[in-house]
Design a protein around this ligand. Sequence first.
Ligand SMILES: Cc1cc2nc3c(=O)[nH]c(=O)nc-3n(C[C@H](O)[C@H](O)[C@H](O)COP(=O)(O)O)c2cc1C
Length: 174
Amino acid sequence: MTKTSYVTGKEAFFGDDEIIVSKTDLKGHITYANDVFLKIAGYTEAEVLGQPHNLIRHPDMPRCVYKLLWDTISSGAEIFAYVKNRCKNGDHYWVLAHVTPSFDANKAIVGYHSNRRVPDRQALERVIIPLYRDLKKREDAFENRKDGMNAAFDDITALLQGKGVAYDEFIATI
Ligand SMILES: Cc1cc2nc3c(=O)[nH]c(=O)nc-3n(C[C@H](O)[C@H](O)[C@H](O)COP(=O)(O)O)c2cc1C
């Protein structure tokens, strides 16, 4: 499948009573997507199964958010994160994602699971959109992607330290 980061700037919406669900293997390849996922993203099931989850990555998203996500879930913990995703046609939709590891009987991580709901609009507009814009700008100021991501990650850490809160508390209270 051709990957493109073509974007329209147009926002798509899903219902307050809907949950976008997907599951992945350990490497982040999609193993399950529900109908709400397929409908909002504009893909068929056949187009998403087996694909890396960055299929729906939006180019506006700062890389450091995904670093935080992967560091957290691969350590066995869960995370809540605001994410801007790209639809197949280039539109975008915002979600509040809850991503969790799935464990086998021996407590080994066997995959990951994400449920996403409609995000709080005020939290998005007042906090998340400006924050992600700053983080992205910081990342883009570096020639090396990884250096940029690490610098933006340090910015998030400093922001949380300045507020005296952990990431989870920050997300839960905006
Ligand atoms: C269960 C699960 C759900 C994910 N959901 C999304 C998602 O909705 N959008 C997204 O861009 N990345 C999602 N990711 C993260 C992607 O795997 C990937 O790290 C991200 O798109 C950044 O891609 P890149 O590393 O190629 O820049 C998810 C990962 C997991 C394990």
